[in-house]
Design a protein around this ligand. Sequence first.
Ligand SMILES: [Mg+2]
Length: 221
Amino acid sequence: MKELKKIKYWLFDLDNTLYSGETKVFDQVDKKMSSFISKKLNVDIKEARIIQKNYFHKYNTTLNGMLKNHNIDAEEFLEFVHDVNLDFLEKDLKLKNEIAKLNGKKFIFTNGSRSHANNVIKKIGIENLFDGIFDITDSNYVPKPLMDPYNKIIKKYGLEPEYCIFIEDIARNLEPAFKLGMKTVWIKNNEPWAAEQSDSSFVHYQTENLSKFLGDINELK
Ligand SMILES: [Mg+2]
């Protein structure tokens, strides 16, 4: 773990990384996507779900599949699906303290929208700690784990990949980061599709508790 002392750039995924997947925030987003598809394509919810999951697996995000196959407005989609209840997200003081203590620049790197990211970090009390939010609009709706957004975030913020660490709950999204020379951390979870490939060599570290993991790094001498 000592090698992590040299990290200068901290890249965090948002959903199910900066807050626990057990909060069910992302479940709501998931349901709103089904409902968006049902309305737009005029199909029942059951069929909408099948389409949604097919697109997610084939195109890495449901949005990407909808854009490739239907004439929809990306901003309308993002606004609709992120309009969820965040009331049960609680302030996370420990996470706030540990992120604040990290040396270097901190970024959020998400397949979601900037406004959703801002709503979430405000709710858990870690706003003002980040040097930037790179969202799905910044990547022209091309999602992780396609290589393009990784190259774009590096370019946008002038990152040096060998001094970057990327922290994420969907294991396969770590592979491009690894290929670019970044360190990778998988947030352990029981979602089968998120855990897929988590035993690969492109996962350097894994943790069940992000605050504790960052705390351990902050304590390195
Ligand atoms: Mg995530």
